[in-house]
Write a protein that binds this ligand. Structure first.
Ligand code: CU
Length: 94
């Protein structure tokens, strides 16, 4: 293996690790409203870098129904969000 190839493969590995770390990044938010019927959460969130979204208040669907029982309005949370089937979805809550 040449030095250049070694350097490139190391660089690719760093990128891969960095990319997955970014996807797992928890964002601070405040639960504004829990809608158990619609299975949605309104969250005032900080910047979501993986979705290229600035801080705002918006409605999310949840990946699992159980998440709705873990939180209540006014609660400060740390969560992950991603686009799932075209909908911005809460994928994890700390
Ligand atoms: Cu948003």
């Amino acid at each position: 293996m040449t030095l250049l190839v070694k350097a490139l493969s190391t660089f690719a590995l760093v990128l891969a690790i960095g990319g997955s770390a970014l996807a797992q990044e928890y964002v601070k938010g405040e639960v504004i409203k829990v809608d158990a019927k619609q299975k949605k959460l309104t969250i005032k969130h900080g910047p979501l870098t993986n979705l290229e979204m600035p801080a705002m208040t918006m409605v999310f669907v949840v990946a699992e129904d159980g998440m709705l029982e873990k939180v209540k309005a006014g609660q400060a949370i740390e969560f992950t969000a991603d686009r799932v089937n075209g909908r911005i979805t809460v994928t994890g809550i700390k």
